[in-house]
Design a protein around this ligand. Sequence first.
Ligand SMILES: Cc1cc2nc3c(=O)[nH]c(=O)nc-3n(C[C@H](O)[C@H](O)[C@H](O)COP(=O)(O)OP(=O)(O)OC[C@H]3O[C@@H](n4cnc5c(N)ncnc54)[C@H](O)[C@@H]3O)c2cc1C
Length: 593
Amino acid sequence: MDYEKPFDIVIIGGGWAGITHAKTHLSIHPESRLLILDKNATLGGTWSKRRLYPGLKTNNTVGTIEFSDYPLNKDNGYDIEEGQHIPGTMINQYLNDYCTIHDLHKRFQFEQDVQQVVKLENAQGWEITVATPAPDSSKEKPTHTITTRKLVVATGLTSETFIPEFEGASEFGVPIVHCGHLLDWEERLSGAKNVTIFGGTKSAWDAAYQYATNGVHVDMVIRESGHGPCWMSPSRVTPFNKCIEKLVSTRALTFFSPCIWGNAGGYVGWRNFLHKTAVGRAIVQGFWTVLGNDVLTTNGYSKHPETKKLAPWIDAFWIANGLSILNYPTDFFDLVKENKITVHVADITHLSQRTIHIMSTSDSGRKATKAIETDALICSTGWKFHPPLNFVDTTGKSIDMDLGLPYHDETPEKEDTRIQAADQQVLREFPSLINQPVINSKMKPMPSKSVERTYNRGFQLYRFIVPPSCAHERTIVFQGCLQTICTVMVNQAQALWSTAYFDGKIDLDGKSEQEIKDEALLYARFSKWRAPGGYGSRYPDFAFDSIPYIDWLLKDIGINTARKDGWWQELWHPYIAPDYKGIWDEYKQKHGL
Ligand SMILES: Cc1cc2nc3c(=O)[nH]c(=O)nc-3n(C[C@H](O)[C@H](O)[C@H](O)COP(=O)(O)OP(=O)(O)OC[C@H]3O[C@@H](n4cnc5c(N)ncnc54)[C@H](O)[C@@H]3O)c2cc1C
């Protein structure tokens, strides 16, 4: 490939988002010089070979995590039944097959670690600095540069692991591993008798299940000063035995989530009634109470003193996409009752040789300490959410703030007049968000030297895609900088919207740069107020708001948003991937392409 010549478009990241963008762009511009750069050795991002830890499955069941033009089903050779959760290995195979069908493999360059992108003057595009593996590990990685007219950043929100600082780590003497790297450590940990898993997220549950069902005793330490255990729902809920991820994409049920872009899909009267009247808000509260209680009762946390420790601390209303699914072949809670998994709600104070020291504090202030002997500390402690590369101008100065990326601002939020104005608008429109929950009175950050932990401003992108300050230049988009269980349907809408935006088919001319910035800020603030129990302060985090978000994007580019066969189906049949089949052709027809 000729790297000297500028590319028409470069995509950084070859996971779902990058692949979706490549397919979409090429279906409209088949002649484009398009390149996908990925630092991994294979495609798929989260679902790439190196990341597929044993037992990894999707939270989604069949039909809700696939491309609209290529069903992941038996007809296409995937050995999976309706209603099943899809093994990670199958998702990996599916993504590879999709790239074969659309002839995308030749577009990939692997082991290309993008370290920096420079914004060129006069909207000429971007210069990308890429490091490639050194032929000899003692040598520095060689770098080269590539230029492109358009840049797509699809680096995901779970590419870079975050591990906190542990006092005494140097004396520990056994591995400290992030759950994102479990596969790399599989052999080394194969003789372990006891492992400690630190965290309460879905990855922590997955790792605990995996070890406990393979005869390894697990100590699961859930931070007393953190968010608590994540919500784990049975795959099917409500008296109607519905798949949870299909509930969140059922249009009539999306009305029950206050959503600032919710009106894009219509039904404005219903939304106004539910969120702008006292009676409506009482109904909404009832809806969330029923949903939450259904999960709590079915899981039966309170029936056993040990499973009680796994009950979530935050009301379901506030957690957005923080709802995970119990997609295990056997009952997770039995492992806890049988003491194959011992749950501790405590903080890690320090490490010593092969030992983890924890401390908990009772409500009366009494402290209890414990020492856990272990063969490994597995951290399910989250991810770095800033895209893992530097964005600079031609003088080398960071342009994070201009691009609407997370950063640290010296001005407290309360003194920032733009933030105050946005907050007032959010709360005026959605009074139910005023009484924010107290997540945890003992909350404190994990010890860390990572600069990212000091960021107090999250992503502020127009439509959660475009950096406001260069929106009129149409040279850069971010894809997948949000959290949703409708990942692929959302990626498709983002990719089509972005392609239309690059092609000048989205009219921004009526909006000044300041108006675009204010709009991006408003939606970022809404996310913060809406999902304090999730990641709303960092990036958009939504469950029931995904279909309205897709409506919003498709409406901008003139694509029909009501895609079901009749009004009843529109309201009560969940939106699934096949509903968006043909959006690419509809777009081309609409714009005479
Ligand atoms: C364990 C786990 C389970 C999950 N389960 C589900 C699920 O069931 N359903 C669901 O909808 N979502 C799930 N998610 C969310 C998941 O992030 C999405 O499914 C999806 O994979 C996101 O795709 P992406 O392309 O945006 O990002 P990623 O899949 O993270 O891909 C980003 C790519 O960018 C590359 N990259 C990053 N930085 C650079 C750089 N500097 N230079 C070059 N390349 C770079 C990475 O190597 C990676 O290949 C899960 C996430 C995790 C971690």
